[in-house]
Design a protein around this ligand. Structure first.
Ligand code: HEM
Length: 385
């Protein structure tokens, strides 16, 4: 038994493209300590799949962590019963049935309106002009914060994500994060009298009616916004980009040989919108002969798991016909994404089919650059409609 081997990264290169370093880690040191991140990384798919469920060791409780400090203690930072109770309380607003019977029609309405607006343009940026507003409108409906605009939703989400990753303590980033959380708190305060009179399936109403404390309601809505805007936004723009880059695969969807859902699931495997989830080691633990110290930080690297060559053939290639059932893009334990059903419907049943139906001759109109390792997506996807 020994301490995890060190693996140095160049933080800038890792942010631009983490996949080469992650491949080296998987082959040379699948459980390694990265000094630049001050964390031990688990990079193999089966290790993460097993360890994530062992919540006595891989605890989500991180009381001093940036997310808890800046956004309040949400369910993603709780274990066991405390986590499960809040997750069940949220379920009615994100269940597959609610998504099918209530949210899907709203998602379609928003997509139609945005596509109508785009029809007068020759060239657009898919990220800011389609994926961002569509994702924002969907989240307004799901959270029940309907008095926010889609742009405010995007600002709030980005502000919190940047704040939670602000390990360097940049004052401007922290200030923007406070602005984002204040915006959400004020919006909740404005809406509270309404939701106590008129119950609906929006998260604010559902959580309030469930008896959850207002402090936890605020924290969980912030969680849904920080985790529910960027990922569908990046996945919508990224999947369209990947399909335009692979016209043979797009044609397979047109001919019924493959589906939009396969395209989305493969994108989420290939370019995981959430690349990692952090845990605190609750007691000393040995895995693969490597000792993990109590109270040290471990990162479950979903993005690496999804490119594990022991699981996926030719893992760096985007191929919508592959079996993605072992991908863990939405997690692999009790914290499995609560918004998975909403995301699949929004992206595979609404966003992708509707834009390709409306603009069947859409073509890429410039370079697309991906960025990020904890959250990853394209910065812009210019297309000619
Ligand atoms: C492409 C879209 C999305 C992806 C790839 C994604 C991915 C993830 C991942 C990897 C986790 C952590 C799982 C873990 O630690 O095991 C997570 C958790 C979570 N996500 Fe998502 N997510 C997406 C969209 C959404 C949306 C739209 C919402 C809200 C409507 C949402 C709400 C949540 C919540 C509340 C949690 C915490 C669950 C818990 O602690 O039990 N996500 N998501």
């Amino acid at each position: 038994m020994s301490a995890p081997p060190n693996f140095d990264i160049d933080p800038l290169a890792f942010k631009q493209d983490p996949y080469p370093a992650l491949a080296q880690m998987r082959s040379q040191a699948p459980v390694c300590f990265v000094p630049q991140l001050n964390a031990t990384l688990l990079t193999k798919r089966d290790d993460i799949f097993t360890c994530e469920k062992n919540i006595d060791i891989f605890s989500s409780q991180q009381p001093g962590g940036l997310m808890t400090v800046l956004m309040g203690e949400n369910m993603m930072r709780k274990d066991g019963e405390a986590h499960l109770t809040e997750r069940k309380q949220m379920f009615p607003s994100v269940s597959p049935r609610t998504v099918r019977d209530h949210w899907k029609a709203a998602f379609k309405g928003s997509a139609l309106e945005i596509l109508d607006g785009l029809a007068k343009h020759d060239e657009i940026d898919l990220c800011t002009q389609y994926a961002m507003p569509l994702s924002g409108h969907a989240l307004r409906v799901i959270t029940g914060l309907t008095n926010l605009t889609a742009a405010q939703m995007d600002f709030a989400s980005q502000g919190m994500i940047d704040g939670v990753g602000n390990y360097g303590g940049d004052a401007q980033i922290e200030a923007r994060c406070h602005e984002a959380t204040t915006l959400i708190d004020n919006t909740i305060d404005e809406l509270l009298p309404q939701v106590s009179d008129n119950a609906d399936l929006g998260m604010l109403s559902v959580l309030t009616q469930s008896g959850q404390s207002l402090e936890s309601v605020r924290a969980n809505i912030k969680l849904a916004i920080s985790g529910g805007q960027n990922e569908p936004r990046d996945a919508i723009a990224g999947t369209i980009h990947a399909l335009l880059n692979n016209p043979d695969q797009l044609a397979m969807i047109g001919s019924g040989e493959a589906t939009w859902l396969q395209a989305f699931e493969e994108y989420a495997r290939w370019m995981s919108p959430i690349g990692m989830s952090p845990r605190r080691i609750a007691s000393p633990f040995t895995w693969r002969g490597v000792e993990l110290e109590e109270d040290s930080r471990a990162f479950l690297m979903f993005g690496s798991a999804n490119r594990d060559e022991d699981i996926f053939d030719d893992p760096d290639t985007f191929d919508i016909t592959r079996d993605t059932s072992k991908a863990i893009s939405f997690g692999a334990g009790p914290h499995f994404c609560a918004g998975a059903a909403a995301s699949r419907t929004l992206i595979a049943e609404v966003a992708l089919p509707m834009i390709f139906e409306r603009f069947p001759n859409m073509q890429l109109a410039g370079n697309v650059v991906y960025d990020g390792w904890a959250f990853r997506g394209p910065a812009s996807v210019p297309v000619r409609l």
